[in-house]
Write a protein that binds this ligand. Structure first.
Ligand code: FAD
Length: 498
């Protein structure tokens, strides 16, 4: 769980059944406590531990609209910050639907299940799902905001595989919310709720389990790393633009990121191309070759490369070594700050070379940064063959289907211990500002963010604009008014009722 020193919920409950969750939600609603769910506790901002309380971010970024909830909450605070954390770690069952197909296609997974365990149990049946690479992240929060991993360009986001959710709503009802719901007479139309749960889940209920449609495991996968010769800011910017030009055309079987980090020599930036290919090694070489040739023409060469081929593939990605922490308490902690900035797949919204150069110049400018552990990752999401962008954006609440790629910027102290210094926060803000401020047409430039890489420095309005966009936000607030009119599920970035 990310530590930020601000976490002090009023109570943490450890239910074991949906019925117990329902009792807790009703009780919290009656007492005026905010309810937040915690599945794997990996939220970057600690929102799942009640960090910042339900609404403190709005006190920093007041727009007047939330006064009602702030007053209500302060009145009820007493001990703690007015937040009930519902911990779902006991919801860790994985059950295959034996009546469908050969009994391995449809699976119901408890919200508290960690991704490492999901991958392991599914692999034993020869099945797999698209999801992120950290084995201790739980599916609860991961799928509620999307869930992006190395196989996502082939198979979509984790949420794209959801058949139905079991969710406890604000009035304490336990509801089965299918993804495609055609409401029968006398039944509530759950279509809008299903839409909202896929991208903005934490604002609408406590999801106790997901039922998902799995894929057969592919016969082979290759994990790869290509390290390049360190270069200065100008060539690093050229390399970034070459990556942007190349990735729209790569096949869906490849999941990849271009990763920049501090170099060994003065003023140099080190970087690598890293990822996973769902196919044989020889085919990977042919796919990567055009990009390597472009870099060669720029004078950038590959210094080392590693390719690990697996039969059958271990879809746990790069973190295989940590996979033993798939159950039980996790005693390690981390102290870091991260930001995201998504580049949309529209010609007019792509990164300009000026922006790339502003970023790489910023990264090489301060030699003291070499003492900090930082990286910038450009995760590929879209492109012509991407399963993520093949789903119409309006089908789910988040706007990430518009991403061609997303920057993830990350910094941590060397010892990984709190307190996190404001220097680190300023450093990352500087990275993001370098990209944004170098944009000439800033007033019309569209960009987004990744809700699973939540940034506590953003106000509610800024975060929602980046994660959902204006139009979807209007609809989300309508759905919130219908399913959580009393704003029981609230935290600094949550959707407010219309
Ligand atoms: C080391 C690390 C690596 C990561 N790698 C990736 C990656 O490769 N790809 C990627 O997409 N993301 C990645 N993430 C981000 C991760 O997907 C998100 O932080 C995710 O939301 C964590 O889910 P959780 O259940 O573990 O965390 P939690 O902190 O428990 O939950 C995260 C958020 O979801 C809400 N929530 C949790 N459970 C539920 C529920 N059952 N019902 C409703 N709301 C719920 C919480 O209230 C909170 O707002 C990574 C994070 C870390 C720390």
């Amino acid at each position: 769980m990310p530590e930020n020193g601000l976490s002090h919920p009023s109570a943490v409950a450890y239910p074991t059944t949906p019925e117990e969750v329902a009792i807790l939600v009703r009780a919290a609603g009656a007492c005026g406590l905010a309810v937040v769910s915690r599945s794997g506790g990996h939220n970057y901002a600690g929102f799942s531990s009640g960090a910042f309380g339900g609404e403190i971010a709005d006190k920093r970024h007041t727009n007047g609209e939330n006064d009602r909830f702030e007053k209500e909450q302060s009145a009820m605070q007493g001990e703690g910050n007015g937040v009930l954390v519902i911990d779902l770690s006991s919801f860790n069952n994985i059950k295959f639907d034996e009546a469908t197909g050969d009994g391995t296609e449809i699976v119901t997974i408890g919200a508290g299940c960690r991704l490492g365990r999901v991958a392991t149990v599914l692999a034993e049946k020869g099945r797999a799902l698209p999801h992120g690479v950290c084995p201790t992240v739980s599916i609860g929060g991961h799928a509620a905001h999307g869930g992006h991993g190395l196989s996502s360009r082939k198979w979509g986001l984790t949420m794209d595989r959801i058949v139905s959710h079991e969710v406890v709503l604000s009035d304490g009802t336990i509801s089965n919310v299918p993804v495609s719901s055609s409401s029968k007479e006398g039944q509530a139309d759950l279509g809008p709720l299903s839409w909202a749960l896929r991208g903005a889940g934490p604002s609408f209920g406590v999801i106790t389990s997901y039922t998902l449609r799995t894929f057969p495991m592919p016969p082979v996968a290759v994990h790869f790393d290509y390290w390049f010769s360190p270069v200065g800011a100008s060539l690093a910017a050229d390399a970034m633009i070459a990556y942007q030009d190349w990735i729209p055309w790569v096949p869906g079987e490849i999941g990849l990121a271009f990763m920049f980090m501090t170099g060994e020599g003065d003023g140099t930036i080190q970087y690598k191309l890293t990822g996973q290919y769902l196919g044989p090694r020889v085919a990977l070489d042919a796919i990567v070759s055009p990009f390597l040739k472009t870099l060669q023409r720029l004078g950038i060469s590959v210094t080392t490369e590693s390719k690990t081929q697996e039969f059958p593939p271990d879809l746990r990605g790069f973190n295989v070594g940590q996979n033993d922490q798939t159950e039980g308490p996790i005693w390690s902690s981390d102290s870091f700050y991260a930001k995201s900035l998504a580049i949309f797949d529209k010609k007019e919204d792509l990164l300009t070379r000026e922006q790339a150069l502003a970023l790489t110049s910023y990264l090489k400018a301060d030699p003291s940064l070499r003492k900090t552990v930082w990286f910038v990752m450009l995760d590929n999401w879209g492109g012509v063959d991407s399963a993520i962008s093949s789903v119409p954006s309006q089908n789910t609440a988040s706007n990430t289907r518009e991403n061609l790629y997303a920057f993830q910027m990350f910094v941590r102290p060397e010892d990984r211990r709190p307190p996190f210094t404001s220097d680190g926060v300023q450093f990352l803000k500087g990275m993001c500002d370098a990209i944004i401020n170098a944009r000439r047409d800033l007033s019309t430039w569209r960009y987004g963010g990744v809700a699973n890489y939540v940034d506590p420095e953003l106000s509610r309005e800024e975060a929602q604009q980046m994660y959902y966009g204006k139009e979807k936000l209007v609809k989300l607030r309508e759905v919130k008014r219908r399913f959580d009119p009393g704003n029981v599920f609230r935290y600094p970035h949550s959707i407010l009722p219309a």
